[in-house]
Design a protein around this ligand. Sequence first.
Ligand SMILES: O=P(O)(O)OC[C@@H](O)[C@@H](O)c1c[nH]c2ccccc12
Length: 271
Amino acid sequence: MNILDEIIAQKYKEVAERKDLYPVKLLEKSLYYETPCVSLERYLLRPDKSGIIAEIKRKSPSKGDINPYVSVERTSIGYMQAGASALSILTDTNYFGGKNEDLTTARKFNYCPILRKDFMVDEYQIVEAKSIGADAILLIAAALEPARLKELAAFARTLGLEVLLEVHSLEELQQSMNDEVTVVGVNNRNLKTFKTDVGLSFELAKHIPAGVTKISESGLSQPQTLVDLQEAGYNGFLIGESFMTNSRPERAAAAFVKELRALQGKKETVA
Ligand SMILES: O=P(O)(O)OC[C@@H](O)[C@@H](O)c1c[nH]c2ccccc12
């Protein structure tokens, strides 16, 4: 069993337990259930923002502890002040050290799109995402049958949540793309082997249908790579580790965005 299969098997168990503890009826009473979502797509296309979706990730199966005691409040505010377009909050506890309260904390302090980063296998988790204050959810092609993925995407949209479809190959893209999905993320990291290769984003760019918002995910550590990806048609860049390995991730993000803007400025002068 590879790590993705292991995580997914664990998720089914977790969802069954949570359904008993916190029934849907209870989740629907959340204050956030009534709040309209902030559009990830719209923020990624805003010219005053960097396109970066800055992630809060305490640990990961590939790296172990990254920043276990990070302050979600300080980091999320700092990320947005640094010029991020959106936040990505890992809520999986067992493998990534996150929790639902992390997302709600980020929600309390920021008006911006927030992606709930987790392994979604059931409608219950989508209701939960809405109830904790998320604006968008992730659906991983490698973890779901295409027909099931489409069902979950359609359900998310009934709650006003946007869906980020994550793919790691041309085959996954072709099989799992559907009309409920308006944002596609190419994960440069293979979730089965943890190998990261940004080349995959460049390869798949031309295969993502026109009009779909494109995000490159994982292994991004150089501002120049973002400039190149932008040229290849990407609107968004999901960055975790290269910020989170710093004891003050928001400072790493600010330095990164500053360098990115300098490179973009240089490009405009040349053009
Ligand atoms: O930390 P990185 O290499 O910058 O990657 C961030 C993000 O893309 C990665 O955490 C991620 C992408 N898809 C996922 C699915 C589940 C958990 C985590 C992820």
